[in-house]
Design a protein around this ligand. Structure first.
Ligand code: DGL
Length: 270
């Protein structure tokens, strides 16, 4: 099935908005010769509070769009989409599909010693139980303690990465999870890697934070190796960004997520 895939083709990455750029950033660092097409559904974000049917419908549209760009791998960078619609994407995609939940689950299990794992994410991700299912599929004896953190996405988008309000919010959200003596905490949302220093402080130094963006980049590199799909070219890669709303806010916030300038932003008129 994969023999027709071209190693020179780009990697497709998608998210409900700007947050998936944390995955793009990790990919750029880990795989500097791979071109990337990123899709952020900025007109319809946030997904984390929408129904499963709506998310599945949007996810299908985005996956089909990127497949038309002939991507060699599709990466679901959004935890919410991965939680409720990853099977939809796998069913329609002729190319391999990776998602952040699988990557996060594997990394959490590699990190934990007590097998008591905390998971934080959007309400839809947490209500779906997708992380528990993914972790239990590999390690049935693991104990999972999850917490929906609806306020983190707007706080990150506001740029309050080191703000007293965010610190207080984190303490409140983490209290019940920390009471369960977890030794590992999965950051189960695209936006949370930007809160890593603050969350590490709130959780304490003994707890390992699992950043699904880094885990995703590692898993992508392993997949490209397995399928012999690393780009053989050593020229600078192309990065393209597709968004559904006017790109100004995407560009401004995106540069913070990416830690570098952001060009080639195109608006998709749906
Ligand atoms: N990308 C979403 C996630 O990772 C967060 C933003 C949203 O709610 O759409 O869960």
């Amino acid at each position: 099935m994969n023999s027709h895939l071209d190693p020179r083709s780009p990697i497709g990455v998608f998210d409900s908005g700007v947050g998936g750029l944390t995955v793009v950033r990790a990919l750029m660092e880990r795989l500097p010769f791979e071109s990337i097409h990123y899709f952020g559904d900025t007109a319809r974000v946030p997904y984390g509070v929408k129904s499963v049917q709506t998310i599945a419908h949007y996810t299908t549209q985005i996956a089909e769009f990127l497949l038309e760009k002939r991507v060699k791998v599709l990466i679901i960078a959004c935890n919410t989409m991965a939680a409720v619609a990853s099977q939809v994407v796998r069913d329609l995609s002729p190319t391999p599909v990776l998602d952040v939940i699988e990557a996060g689950a594997l990394t959490a299990l590699a990190a934990t010693q007590s097998r008591r794992i905390g998971v934080i994410g959007t309400p839809t991700t947490i209500n779906s139980n997708a992380y528990s299912r993914a972790i239990h599929a590999i390690e049935p004896d693991a104990r999972i303690f999850s917490q929906a953190c609806a306020l983190f996405v707007p706080l990150v988008e506001e740029g309050w990465l080191d703000h007293p309000v965010t610190r207080l919010t984190a303490q409140e959200y983490l209290k019940p999870v920390l009471a369960e003596q977890v030794d590992t905490l999965v950051l189960g949302c695209t936006h949370y890697p930007l809160l890593k220093p603050l969350l590490q402080e709130a959780a304490g130094p003994a707890i390992t934070l699992v950043d699904s963006a880094e885990a995703m980049a590692e898993q992508t590199a392993a997949l490209l190796t397995d399928l012999n799909l690393h780009n053989p070219e050593r020229t600078p890669p192309d990065y393209h960004y597709w968004v559904t709303d006017v790109p100004l806010r995407f560009q401004t916030i995106g540069e913070r997520f990416l830690g570098r300038g952001l060009n080639n932003v195109h608006v998709v008129a749906w």
